[in-house]
Ligand binder design. Structure first.
Ligand SMILES: [Zn+2]
Length: 217
């Protein structure tokens, strides 16, 4: 037996060292059975090994969770890079999967909602009547946003922050007042934007008499 070879304890053949799997559990650094014998063993015990692994995972659930988390914390950048590469390579597939997921879920969620509504119709309606005033700002502001979008008066750079600012204006509208666009969205000469600094409170009467007029003086 030369330096670079050893005898397999299973099949008894003398083989090159590279034909034995590496292992840091044995002194020699190589497993005692050859690659081929290991493969045969794996094949023969596939099912048993699967069950064993499953059971192991089940028993050690908590430890595995902790270990995985520690690994993620220690390798944040590596993982994020790997994910980026993977996403880039699979971008079409991901898109398809997301689309599928949305459709499936939309149907599921809508069904649940419908079911809930059918069962609780009376309570929902009563609740709605009692609390309508609380949602008034939200309803009116989303209607206003919808209208502004149609008139191309909703800025393209608007983000969530701006939307919330506008919402606040509508939420805080005093009783008997309406939110008015200082420069109308659809003015005769100039058109304003649906932004917080173009909003003011007017009484219903003032608002009616103002119409789409904007005094430019
Ligand atoms: Zn062997």
């Amino acid at each position: 037996m030369g330096e670079g070879s050893k005898k397999c304890t299973k099949c008894g053949e003398v083989r090159l060292l590279k034909e034995f799997h590496r292992s840091n559990k044995v002194k020699s650094g190589r497993r005692s059975e050859c690659v081929e014998c290991a493969r045969v063993y794996r094949e023969a015990n596939k099912e048993r090994s699967r069950l064993y692994k499953k059971e192991y995972r089940e028993i050690n659930k908590e430890q595995i969770k902790i270990k995985k988390k520690a690994y993620r914390m220690a390798n944040k950048e590596k993982i994020s890079d790997r994910n980026k590469v993977w996403r880039a390579a699979n971008c079409e597939e991901i898109k398809e999967r997301k689309k599928y997921y949305r459709t499936i879920n939309r149907a599921f969620v809508n069904n649940k909602k419908r079911e809930y509504y059918r069962e609780n119709r009376k309570d929902i309606l009563r609740n709605w009547k009692q609390n309508k005033h609380k949602w008034r700002g939200s309803i009116v502001s989303s209607q206003a946003r919808y209208r502004a979008k149609k008139l191309n008066a909703y800025p393209s750079w608007a983000d969530k922050g701006l939307r919330l600012q506008i919402r606040k204006v509508y939420d805080n509208c005093p009783e008997g007042y309406q939110v008015d666009h200082i420069v109308p969205l659809q003015g005769r000469n100039v058109s304003g934007l649906h932004v917080p600094w173009n909003l003011q409170y007017l009484t219903v009467k003032e608002n009616m008499s103002k119409g789409n007029k904007f005094d430019q003086s």
